[in-house]
Design a protein around this ligand. Structure first.
Ligand SMILES: Nc1ncnc2c1ncn2[C@@H]1O[C@H](COP(=O)(O)OP(=O)(O)OP(=O)(O)O)[C@@H](O)[C@H]1O
Length: 215
């Protein structure tokens, strides 16, 4: 008799997850799961709650109700900081450090994916030559690219990407999709918020629509 292998738990699972501000519902209750190797596109109009959902999942805001599991275990603070890389609307960069110093600082805080160098990540995101530029001197798109380099260097399997295409030119949009595809091929997963105009990571993708029911 052969044992049927038990499938691994989803990388991320949310059950009955809701958030309210001043007793007014922002989203939920939501039920969804993301497996390793999958992307979840979080769509919705302006104000639908996409950013709020990612911030709740990252542990930056407290849910009103519901549960979040990572790798089949209730996600505590430590699990979230180990498993999650969060790319917010605004680049989390130190203005008076150079591009390379920013990456070094963030890798010191959050760890570094094995076999990746800071210079290699700068090259992947198209910022070779900007290593010594102060981050405050970078354009909005270059700052986004530097944040993408930090994301690429993170060892966390679960990417929470809030509008990763914002401020990027067409080449940058393709870069984001290539990065997501490569990350998923390596067994990672990604939640990606978008208004829907550009996002098409060419990978296994589920969709969650806020403000209009789950799809
Ligand atoms: N700091 C805050 N204080 C009070 N209300 C907030 C705050 N941040 C967001 N909101 C409200 O919460 C709701 C959800 O906002 P959120 O930023 O999550 O939406 P979103 O779907 O990401 O929107 P967008 O597509 O415009 O970025 C909105 O009604 C917004 O006005």
């Amino acid at each position: 008799m052969t044992d049927t292998p038990i499938p691994p738990p989803p990388l991320l699972a949310a059950r009955g997850l809701s958030f309210a501000r001043n007793e007014e519902a922002v989203f939920g209750p939501l039920d969804f799961a993301v497996d390793a190797g999958e992307a979840l596109l979080v769509r919705g109009d302006n104000g639908a709650g996409k950013t709020t959902l990612l911030r709740v999942l990252a542990g930056l805001l407290r849910a009103e109700r519901g549960e979040v599991d990572i790798d089949g275990h209730r996600a505590g603070h430590h699990d979230r900081s180990r498993a999650i890389a969060y790319l917010g609307h605004l680049p989390a960069l130190k203005a008076d450090l150079t591009a390379l110093e920013n990456l070094r600082f963030l890798c010191g805080l959050q760890g570094q994916r094995s076999r990746q160098t800071l210079e290699g990540a700068m090259n992947i995101v198209g910022l070779s030559g900007y290593e010594d530029a102060l981050s405050r001197q970078l354009s909005a798109g270059q700052k986004k690219r530097l944040s993408l380099a930090r994301l690429w260097l993170s060892p966390a399997p679960l990417w929470l990407l809030d509008e990763p295409y914002a401020n990027l030119d067409l080449d940058g949009i393709h870069l984001v999709n290539r990065m997501i595809s490569a990350h998923l091929r390596e067994g990672g997963a990604a939640l990606v918020t978008t208004h829907g105009a550009y996002a098409a990571p060419p990978v296994r993708t589920r969709e969650l629509v806020l403000g209009g029911g789950d799809a």
